[in-house]
Design a binder for this molecule. Structure first.
Ligand code: NAI
Length: 249
């Protein structure tokens, strides 16, 4: 069998960078996508130094022409996608009364519209190739429950969870599975300073397991959804949050 190909969006940092390394270690040829392909050079080099295979592409998920060009480039390189990790996302913390149209659009265009059109472009190719595939949409526990000052983010992630179900229903006939992965609070370079502060520590105390997630805590769920281990799983949402969603009221 030929080497499976996995596209990871937003692969330049945080969860996406980690997901790309996990899929490369799993034996996939990883297509690393980010707005600036240059930002991906060191990750590509690291994956290749570890014996993996990686290709970089520029992709802004909010820009239709960029999505089209990125998939055209994947086609031109003869790469047939088997897996998509739809990870690119942005957050915006502000009270709902202060959200302006541009703030709303940036979050929803990236997290919901962007995820949809990347999934659609991939699914068209998977259908045509007749191979099926797996699409993992990265949502959040904010897709299932709310927190203050995150209205647009929570709405976009809830949209991802429901959209995932709709796509799973329509694309099962093509052998394409679509699931959402809903992380709780995961320690990354961007947020680790916050979790050293008093409000950050208070937040950790509200997680039943009394700790933040580590990037590696997502590996089991990612691999289950992305690979044949999850061949009968579609339209599901897997929460990985140390019990945060079931914290006591
Ligand atoms: P991050 O900011 O490090 O990564 C987001 C990535 O998406 C970056 O590489 C960024 O460049 C990329 N991106 C943003 N807009 C884009 C666009 N228009 N086109 C292409 N790429 C774009 O943040 P993090 O934490 O790694 O987040 C990754 C995903 O995980 C997001 O969807 C986020 O909502 C989700 N998530 C993160 C959690 C956490 O605790 N870190 C918890 C739950 C969900």
């Amino acid at each position: 069998m030929s080497q499976p190909v996995a596209l990871v969006t937003g692969a330049s940092s945080g969860l996406g960078k980690h997901f790309a390394e996990v899929m490369a270690r799993q034996g996939c040829h990883v297509v690393l996508a980010a707005r600036r392909a240059e930002a991906l050079a060191s990750l590509k080099a690291k994956i290749e130094a570890d014996g993996g295979k990686a290709t970089t592409i520029s992709l802004d998920v909010t820009d239709d022409a960029s999505v089209e060009a990125a998939f055209a480039s994947i086609d031109q390189q003869g790469l047939k996608l088997n897996i998509v990790v739809n990870n690119a996302g942005v957050s915006d913390e502000r009270p709902a009364l202060d959200i302006k149209a541009l703030d709303w659009d940036r979050v929803v265009d990236t997290n919901l519209r962007g995820v949809f059109f990347v999934a659609q472009a991939a699914a068209r190719r998977m259908k045509e190739a007749g191979t099926g595939g797996s699409i993992v949409n990265v949502a959040s526990i904010l897709g299932h429950r709310v927190a203050g000052s995150l209205a647009s983010y929570a709405a976009s992630k809830a949209g991802v969870v429901r959209m995932t179900e709709a796509l799973a229903l329509e694309w099962a006939r093509y052998g394409i599975r679509v699931n959402s992965l809903c992380p709780g609070y995961i320690r990354t370079d961007l947020n680790q300073d916050f979790f050293e502060t008093d409000p950050g520590k208070a937040m950790i105390r509200r997680i039943p397991q009394r700790r933040l997630g580590a990037l590696e805590d997502l590996d089991g769920a990612l691999l289950l959804l992305a690979t044949d281990a999850g061949r009968y799983i579609t339209g599901s949402s897997i929460v990985v949050d140390g019990g945060h969603l079931v914290s006591g009221l």
